[in-house]
Design a protein around this ligand. Sequence first.
Ligand code: NAD
Length: 347
Amino acid sequence: MGVFDAMAHYDYGELHLHRDAGSGLQAIVAIHDTRLGPALGGCRCISYPSEEDAIIDALRLARGMTYKAAISGVPHGGGKAVLIKPEGEMDRSAFFRAFGKFVDDLGGHYITAEDSGTSVEDMEIIRTVTKHVTGVRPEHGGSGDPSPFTALGVRRGIEALVKFALDRDDLEGLHVAVQGIGHVGYHLCRQLHERGAQLTVADIDPLKAERAEREFGATVVPLDEIFAVECEVFAPCALGSALNDETIGRLKCRIVAGAANNQLAAPQNGDDLFQRGILYAPDYAINAGGLMNVASEVAGYDAAKVTEQVEGIYDIIWEIAERAKSAMQPTHRVADTIAQEKLSQAG
Ligand code: NAD
């Protein structure tokens, strides 16, 4: 697919490329939509099989950010940066300074943040050349690790769907199967355990699963068995595409609600969940706590305000479930409709 074809496919008007020979930087900044505010989104630095793959990743991710911000009431558009990781050694300082200058040249149209393959230290380097960066150290106005906020939002989303589908006001005795006990999964397990939920977990890293067993009394199952656990809630908190043609038929839960991005391997898989009567919390709506946290840096970080905003994910998920029920439509399609409505109201 040509670049302009790809832009048309993902509904774009703006894509920026920058090469800095000295540092080896090859950067792509995709700005999907700025009707709600300047584009905000992470900066990924990973290897790609081809330049085309890197561009498609940037386009796909930035569009996702537009929808995530719109549905969450975050006053930002969708953007994402993809930095093609150079082979061999790299001078991180020169590399991220060159990227920071590129971001600065975009004049605040795009604000960057941490993502796969980048760290707070990298954001600190970027900060030396531009103010259009978030995810810096707390002493520089940064909001710190977003995972506890993401976990809080996921827990509130679970509570909303538990009330909606099971008419229960608490999580006491509720069985939740969590796939992936990383940064978000760990905090989610802790919050669920504190509220009396029973946990079953799986992680590729046995130490992480064992920690959940030790600290929260979780039952550990092999990776592949997590899908078939009989439970009220399945929470995918590992990588994308957990919900696919192979796994959906095996689920024995009433609700799917977790932190992972791009949980549906294809939109059709959301329809499959709907057909099976499983209520799905659209990933970009339930996992927006991290975005809310980082976006708050732009206006001046206030942890109490962010917490209140993240708690509100309960209402966002509730509205999606309610509209889906009355329209007899799958929740992932209703979430897209709500996000599109918010975008068209803005301009
Ligand atoms: P992480 O890398 O800390 O955790 C992921 C965990 O999943 C790891 O412990 C890993 O060992 C495990 N894992 C990987 N493959 C697995 C498999 N097949 N089965 C079971 N476990 C597996 O990442 P994280 O920050 O906790 O994020 C988790 C997910 O949530 C990701 O999809 C991420 O994009 C998404 N997300 C994270 C945030 C955030 O604030 N960190 C915000 C929004 C969305």
